[in-house]
Design a protein around this ligand. Structure first.
Ligand code: PA5
Length: 453
């Protein structure tokens, strides 16, 4: 199982103990469904309730997409995208894109489809270049939006749908376009029903950023060729390991939630999630959204930042070591890499690196990790380590559930509703008013007046 080491949190036992009962209370409220946002708790026992029937339907769709596509574009934003990308990048070969290209993208030998992401930005160049790239491809689309009305996603989907129909014909497009959305409402649902696409439902009581273990994440991850049964098993085992009856001393979710709240109270307003494995970059992004969107409200909340080390030690390292002391670090520490690579000896030793000869590259990385931890703690940066045995489906499943449950507990300790995101609407209202969306006439007048002042 994953382990949490908070021995270098620079907090006293009393400071942590003060938050233990709050964490237990928050967990009780979560489990009893009496907390704020209790209509969005469907994720809490999701891993243990996934049925074989659901997996069979999902796998049939996976097979159709894998058989008929060399490339699958996942259209989605925020919680409708980051989880899938995080898992796919953490598990995939860092050079999968090039490998697929050499194998002839969809031609002979390509084992897994390329998974591309769209609908998470409104960059014209991005969308142009994507549509250009797709011109030669047997591509499909997974359109993911819980509301079914998110502009970024809808915009990309309209372009992709048209191109897919033109390139592959209406009938094939119907086969390789899949919708993951609400059961009844939203434009994505209307379109899926009218066109007869295969579709999956995002349960009402699971919010976007908690939805990676629904078809939102599971479908793209399985299409990419990863074992979602193991992912779900990892999450289900973590669900048990941090269940309501597991006391604080053994419950790493309660511990993480308590320690980060104690740090916040002591003036540490920024948490930096750190990895030493480039494959975890999007896991950082997923975490950043999960905690940022869940806790940043009512003018409260830890600001979530993330770095990839050792890369970012050469950009943010100085700030972390000696800048304002308002930060703490949580390091995702991977114990065992998937591959072994020994550092070679060199007769001339021109680079002076023979002292590393015969060592594994990962040993050097581990010393970078330890050396950084010691330096940052000496510099007054509290540190926690989430210890992950390996980067495989099973442990990533554990990590997902661990962070989700700890997030719910942590937000409730903070005194916010962790499951809504009212602040995200503000920019949308302005954008729609500026674009003259029907129904926003009054806002358009008001915003034009404001801009003219
Ligand atoms: O966590 C959330 O609820 C959000 O980040 C949403 O996932 C995001 O805004 C996308 O929304 P939708 O799935 O409705 O397109």
């Amino acid at each position: 199982m994953l382990k949490l080491d908070y021995s270098k949190s620079l907090l006293s036992a009393e400071q942590i103990a003060a938050f233990a009962p709050k964490a237990e209370e928050a967990q009780k409220a979560l489990e009893a469904g009496t907390c704020a946002g209790n209509d969005f708790l469907g994720w809490l026992h999701l891993p243990s309730s996934i049925t074989a029937e659901f997996m069979t339907k999902l796998q049939a769709c996976v097979q159709t997409l894998r058989e008929n596509c060399d490339t699958v574009v996942v259209a989605g934003i925020g919680g409708s995208y980051l989880g899938a990308r995080a898992v796919i990048e953490a598990l995939g070969n860092s050079f999968q894109w090039l490998i697929n290209k050499e194998q002839g993208a969809g031609g002979k030998g390509q084992e897994n489809p390329n998974i591309l992401f769209a609908g998470n930005n409104i960059g014209e160049d991005y969308l142009y270049e994507l549509t250009e790239y797709l011109k030669d491809r047997r591509f499909g689309v997974i359109n993911i939006s819980k509301s079914g009305t998110t502009t970024e996603t809808a915009l990309a989907f309209r372009l992709l749908k048209k191109q897919c129909e033109q390139q592959r014909g209406k009938e094939m497009a119907r086969k390789v376009i899949v919708a993951v959305t609400d059961a009844k409402k939203g434009a994505a649902r209307t379109c899926a029903d009218k066109e007869g696409y295969t579709s999956f439902v995002i349960p009402d009581n699971v919010g976007g950023r908690f939805s990676v273990l629904t078809p939102v994440g599971l479908l793209p991850i399985a299409v990419a060729g990863f074992d979602i049964a193991k992912l779900v098993q990892g999450a289900a085992d973590m669900e048990k390991a941090v269940a309501a009856d597991v006391p604080f001393e053994q419950n790493i979710c309660l511990q993480y939630a308590a320690v980060r709240n104690a740090l916040y109270q002591s003036g540490k307003k920024i948490e930096i999630l750190v990895n030493f494995q480039p494959k975890l970059h999007y896991m950082n992004e997923w975490w950043k959204q999960l905690y940022g969107e869940s806790e940043g409200k009512d003018h409260k909340g830890i600001f979530t930042a993330a770095v990839d080390f050792s890369t970012d030690l050469h950009s943010m390292g100085q700030w972390i070591q000696e800048g304002e002391r308002s930060i703490f670090e949580t390091v995702v520490s991977v114990e065992e890499t998937e591959h072994k690579l020994l550092f070679p000896s060199d007769e001339e030793n021109l680079d002076g690196l023979n002292f590393l000869a015969g060592k594994r590259v990962d040993e050097v990385n581990k010393m970078a990790e330890l050396g950084t931890q010691l330096a940052h703690v000496d510099g007054g940066v509290p540190n926690m380590r989430l210890i992950v045995p390996r980067l495989n489906e099973y442990y990533i499943g554990q990590m997902i559930y661990f962070f989700e449950k700890a997030c719910g507990v942590s937000g409730l300790i903070l005194g916010v509703n962790p499951f809504n995101q009212p602040g995200v609407e503000a920019y949308k209202k302005n954008m729609f008013a500026l674009l003259g969306k029907p129904g926003y006439e009054a806002e358009t007048v008001a915003i034009r007046k404001r801009l003219a002042e």
